[in-house]
Design a protein around this ligand. Structure first.
Ligand SMILES: *Cc1c(COP(=O)(O)O)cnc(C)c1O
Length: 346
């Protein structure tokens, strides 16, 4: 059984501080008169501060995800837990974090915003990694490792046994970003949450749940780590509209499952169609709702599409992504427009 010394890992100021105690923290429950939070009693129901711990939403999520509600932190997108985990564990100007390259750009931005060194270990030509290589880049000041699986922008899932090895052997926190897990053939690492006290799993409402506009991200971890998140997050970080919307869509799971199935079907069709095009050299295998595609000339392909009103992501400058573009799987009509347009590119 893996153990970690949390006190040793957390920044001393964070460990020592007392969190802000809001009116809604000091009293929550049923009452008929609320005169404790300096709210204006008109404009019901938007006059009241939202539940700072979002318990109704967490209870539903806990059942769906098979975790305890105290093991969930909800954030303003995944961006919030990514930033907070760095602020909780990394002393600016001293500690560092390690991640693979290429991967999701926000880990680096969040590290640099916090003046925390960001170390990159290149993926191999299959966009996969070996735990031993990753651990070689770590030293005594490495507090966090970020892994993204399925990985953005490559689309593949990382080797699961190497992920597990990393979690088992690293004496710091491993964050596994599962933003695309619902499109994947793999199962979530949430099943191992209680086995690994140094594991943080990130998921989001932005992709499979088709709700990027409401800005809702999820972090799952040990109760102790979630309590640290709760200590440093803004008290009312998830507004009441977002909480309500998420509760509704969580109750609409069959609809979501249907959307995911449609996207997976469209992804397979798009792979077939793209493989027939002369301008496409390679379509990489995908476990997500997007495809990394190597073209003859990424800059030219990108501009050709932009000129015809179709926007994809040019990844030409990312490591191992020479002449690659990243294409999100859209509706059937959108995908067909893309393919028809690319047929005209010589
Ligand atoms: C899209 C994406 C997210 C989602 O971020 P939100 O802030 O929740 O919208 C997280 N991680 C990765 C790797 C992504 O590609």
């Amino acid at each position: 059984m893996k153990t970690i010394d949390l006190e040793q890992l957390v920044r001393k100021n964070i460990w020592a501080m007392k969190p802000y105690s809001s009116a809604r923290d000091e009293f929550h429950g049923e009452a008929s008169v609320f005169l404790d939070a300096n709210e204006n009693p008109f404009n019901t129901p938007y006059d009241r501060y939202p539940d700072p711990k979002q318990w109704a939403l967490k209870e539903l999520l806990a059942t769906q995800k098979g975790v305890r509600k105290e093991q969930i932190m909800l954030g303003n997108g995944s961006d919030e837990p990514i930033d907070l985990v760095i602020r909780i564990f990394c002393e600016p100007g001293k500690d560092n974090v390690v991640a693979l390259d290429p991967t999701y750009g926000m880990y680096k931005v969040a590290a640099q915003t916090n003046n925390v060194e960001y170390r990159e270990v290149p993926l191999n030509e299959k966009f996969d990694f070996e735990s031993s290589e990753l651990l070689k880049a770590c030293d005594k000041n490495t507090k966090l490792i970020f892994l993204c699986s399925p990985n953005n922008p490559s689309g593949n899932s990382l080797n699961e046994s190497e992920i597990i090895k990393t979690i088992e052997q690293f004496n710091g926190i491993v964050i596994v970003d599962e933003a695309y897990i619902d499109f994947s053939t793999r199962t979530s690492l949430l099943k191992d949450l209680n086995k690994y006290p140094n594991l943080v799993v990130l998921q989001t409402f932005s992709k499979a749940w088709a709700s990027a506009a409401i800005r809702l991200g999820m972090a799952f971890s040990s109760v102790d780590i979630i309590n640290l998140f709760n200590k440093v997050k803004y008290p009312y970080n998830i507004n009441v509209l977002t909480q309500k919307y998420a509760l509704n869509i969580l109750n609409d799971y069959p609809k979501i499952k249907n959307w995911i199935a449609m996207i997976l079907k469209e992804r397979d069709l798009l792979i077939k169609d793209l493989n027939k095009l002369v301008c496409i050299e390679k379509v990489y295998p995908s476990d997500a709702n997007f495809l990394l595609v190597r073209t003859k000339d990424a800059d030219k392909t990108y501009q050709f599409l932009v000129d015809r009103g179709i926007i994809v992501r040019n990844r030409n400058n990312a490591t191992l992504c020479n002449n690659c573009i990243r294409i999100t799987v859209g509706t059937k009509a959108e995908n067909q427009m893309l393919v028809e347009t690319l047929k005209m590119l010589k």
